[in-house]
Design a protein. Structure first.
Length: 135
């Protein structure tokens, strides 16, 4: 049913969440935290989004890959998809690019542009006029 309400849990960001086993080293703790979050998502039938930063090499080149994740690169193996959000607050147009870095299932979308509304902290699809103006 396409009209079913969908709930989403946004975490900013999951790497900073405390793990139930404080004795784990940082890499194992991050992986364990991701597995715990996936278990919670399944239990409550929700999906989650967490943020991460790309390393400076990925940002500088505008070439986002799983290897550009900060801290523990293996966190990409614990999530179902990775997307990039490329926007500079200095950009006068408030148009950002979003795209797929990797995706395990479903239709692959490539990349697309969105309008950023900083005052309301929302993003939205571009209007037809904004799409034409961008090209």
């Amino acid at each position: 049913n396409l009209l079913k309400e969908t709930y989403c849990d946004f975490n900013d960001y999951l790497d900073l969440f405390a793990n139930i086993n404080p004795r784990l080293d940082k890499r194992l703790s991050i992986q364990s935290t991701y597995r715990e979050a996936i278990g919670i998502n399944k239990k409550y039938d929700v999906f989650a989004i967490t943020l991460d930063q790309a390393d400076s090499d990925g940002v500088r080149k505008g070439d986002y890959k799983m290897s550009n994740f900060r801290e523990d690169k293996s966190k990409a193996h614990n999530c179902h998809a990775g997307f990039y959000f490329d926007w500079s607050q200095d950009d006068e147009t408030d148009i950002a690019e979003m795209g797929v870095i990797f995706q395990r299932k479903g239709r692959r979308w490539g990349s697309w542009h969105v309008k950023v509304e900083p005052e309301t902290q929302k993003i939205r699809p571009l209007t037809e006029f904004e799409r034409i103006k961008l090209n």
